[in-house]
Every structure is written in structure tokens, then in C-alpha cells.
Design a protein around this ligand. Structure first.
Ligand SMILES: *Cc1c(COP(=O)(O)O)cnc(C)c1O
Length: 364
């Protein structure tokens, strides 16, 4: 069995460190917003190159709070993509706002930034690019458009820990960067967690208030808020894992390089643009016979998955948004042909070769 994710393998490799961190928190009696949340916020925001970081309970909540902190809600539109995890859209809906979709770029599957301007209306308040699979969206045109129209930019960085756009980390270009630490992500907790990073002290303060019942200077009732805090125990685990994040990304890149070399002539491999690095949260390939190939890989004990097989605008739950089949042609075409190969830093050499050999056999 060749796994697509590393949750078990990782734990086998670093169990003593994880258990020591958990034990220390449990015996300290500080379970909510203690020293580890504060120091992880400081370390992760420094890692990104942002002035501030606010730890929250998930990536979904990071996007939700980012929108709330900017006063975005019912009646407001947020321009984003349909080709994303449903969480991106859940967060926009949780804030009460309306997602407006643009299509994706046929090469990178990221947001087609040239369509964003014409998707903007007088109700548009924010642009929400998703740095898909670990590669940055082309941010310069978006930032220029946002500046000229007075819009916020919220970066969905759930896939892009460590990824840089023009040499500077994703999450630090827009108004707020929203990260997920869901266990399988490039940096994952042992449960749910997320963070908002920003350079604005005012937004940092507002995010801190919103994540804890709206509490302002220790007082309740001046502002409406929520409970979307990061757990102390998750912060302690994330601090341990942050130390080796760059090594883990380097290993992902090594695996991607081997896949690229071996598979480039057989199927569509990830295109990496000169403006971005790639953290390879997912290694996504493309072939018109996707479903048959997946079935054969599974027969050989190789775990594969599809990100994303049903774009949001084709999901039953989101029909009320009013997008018909054919309205986002590249999104719909790509969703039928992509699949994700095993990709994680604990994937052994033999496993990588096993995937390569299987695909060569299947596609010959
Ligand atoms: C995982 C993910 C999220 C949200 O993450 P949770 O921590 O699971 O709430 C948001 N956007 C994208 C693109 C994701 O993949």
C-alpha cells in the first residue's frame, strides 16, 4: 500500500517530540490561549514575513474571520474560483457574502486573473485568490486591480505554506493571508487549526477580538464575536513541526522532480510559473482517461484521489448561485481529467519508483 498522505508515517517518525509537547501542555493547566499559541503566532508570522499572526480554529475560520474583520457580509460579493475546496466557499457563505466565480488558467489551474476585473461589480468588496496545490496565483495584476478599486485581497493559503510569489511568501501580499493546518496540509496539526497573518495592527486587533466572543480589552459586549480560537495543544505541536517545515517542503520538491522527469511524456504534469515557487501540497497530473487510470492504480495498492472532481458551481448545494453547466469551461474540463498522486515528505524512494513504474505500465 502506497499512501497519498503521511499522517501515520510522520507520527512514527516524530512521536517522541509530539508526545513531549502534548504532555507539557496537559500538565501546564494552560489549555486555551496560553504561551504556545502566542509563540506559534509569533514564529509562524515571522516565517511568512508578516508583522502579525492570529491563531484560529481552522482554515475555514481563518477566511471567515478575515472577511468579518474587513466588515464584509450580506450584500457583498467576493470574487474567487469555483475550482477550490468547498471550505473556501463555506467561509464566504458563513460571513453572509456571495461568492462570484471566475474561470481558471488552463496551465496552472489557478485563478484566471485576467477575468477578475469584468467579474467585479459595485457590490464587490474583496478578491479571494486560492494558491492552488502549493503554487501562487499571479498576484501583481490582482493587487493592482484591488488598489484601483479599493478592494481587500484575502489569500487562501491552505495549500501554500512556504510558497513564495516573486521571492516573498504567499499570505503576505494581500490584506490578510488565511492558512489551514488541517492534518494533511503542508504544515498540519493533530486536529483542526488555522491562522490569519497580516501587516495591519488594526486588523490584528480586530481578529483577536472576533476569535474570542468579541472581547475588547478584557470586556465583553462592545463588539459581536465568535469562538474560533486555536487550541494550545495544537499550537505546541505546530511549533515542533514548524522547525522542520522547510526540510519537509524540500523533500516534496525532490519527489516532484522525480515524478516530473519520469512522467512528463506520459501525462500532464504540474506547470510551474517563473513568478512562483511550488510547495507541492498536491502533485496533480492530468489525463483524459483519468478514471480508468485511477482504477488501475488502486488495484496495485496505490492511493490516488481527485482534487477537485466537482467544481463548487456544479455541486447541488450551490445551484442557488445560478451558474449553469458550461459557464466556467476550463474549470469543468480540468475537473474531469485531473488526479493527485501520492505526495508527502515521508514517501520512500521505493514508493516513488513504485508509482512511476505502475504509471508507465498502465500508460504504455
Ligand atoms: C483545507 C482548505 C481550506 C480550509 O481548511 P480547514 O482547516 O479544513 O477548514 C480552505 N481552502 C482550501 C483551498 C483548502 O484546501
Amino acid at each position: 500500500m502506497i499512501r497519498r498522505w503521511s499522517v501515520q508515517e510522520e507520527y512514527e517518525a516524530i512521536a517522541p517530540e509530539i508526545e513531549a509537547a502534548v504532555k507539557e501542555v496537559f500538565s501546564s493547566g494552560r489549555l486555551i490561549l496560553g504561551p504556545h499559541v502566542a509563540s506559534f503566532e509569533e514564529k509562524f508570522s515571522r516565517y511568512c514575513g508578516s508583522a502579525f499572526g492570529v491563531g484560529v480554529s481552522s482554515g475555514t475560520d481563518a477566511i471567515f474571520l478575515a472577511l468579518k474583520s474587513l466588515g464584509i457580509g450580506p450584500g457583498d460579493e467576493v470574487v474567487t474560483v469555483s475550482y477550490t475546496a468547498v471550505a473556501t466557499i463555506s467561509a464566504i457563505r458563513l460571513a453572509g457574502a456571495t461568492p462570484v466565480f471566475v474561470d481558471i488558467d488552463e496551465e496552472t489551474y489557478g485563478m484566471e486573473v485576467s477575468q477578475v476585473e469584468s467579474a467585479c461589480t459595485t457590490r464587490t468588496k474583496a478578491l479571494l485568490p486560492v494558491h492552488l496545490y502549493g503554487q501562487a496565483v499571479d498576484l501583481d495584476p490582482l493587487l493592482n486591480l484591488a488598489r484601483s478599486r479599493g478592494l481587500a485581497v484575502i489569500e487562501d493559503c491552505a495549500h501554500s505554506h512556504g510558497c513564495t510569489y516573486r521571492g516573498k511568501r504567499t499570505g503576505t501580499w494581500g490584506t490578510i493571508g488565511a492558512f489551514s493546518f488541517y492534518p494533511t496540509k503542508v504544515l498540519g496539526a493533530y486536529g483542526d487549526a488555522g491562522i490569519c497573518v497580516t501587516d495591519s495592527e488594526e486588523l490584528d486587533q480586530r481578529l483577536r477580538q472576533l476569535r474570542q466572543y468579541g472581547m475588547t480589552d478584557g470586556r465583553l459586549g462592545r463588539m459581536e464575536g465568535y469562538n474560533t480560537r486555536m487550541d494550545e495543544v495544537q499550537a505546541a505541536i505546530l511549533e515542533v513541526k514548524l522547525r522542520t517545515l522547510d526540510e519537509m517542503i524540500a523533500r516534496r520538491r525532490q519527489i516532484a522532480k522525480r515524478y516530473d522527469e519520469a512522467l512528463g511524456g506520459l501525462l500532464g504534469i504540474p506547470a510551474v510559473k517563473p513568478y512562483s515557487s511550488h510547495s507541492y501540497y498536491l502533485y496533480v497530473v492530468r489525463h483524459p482517461d483519468r478514471d480508468a487510470i485511477i482504477a488501475k492504480l488502486r488495484e496495485r495498492g496505490i492511493e490516488v484521489d481527485v482534487h477537485f472532481g466537482t467544481p463548487i458551481h456544479r455541486m447541488e448545494a450551490f445551484q442557488f448561485l445560478g451558474y449553469r453547466e458550461g459557464s466556467l469551461p476550463v474549470t469543468e474540463r480540468v475537473a474531469k481529467e485531473v488526479f493527485s498522486l501520492p505526495m508527502h515528505p515521508f514517501l520512500k524512494e521505493e514508493a516513488v519508483e513504485g508509482v512511476v513504474t505502475a504509471l508507465k505500465e498502465i500508460l504504455s
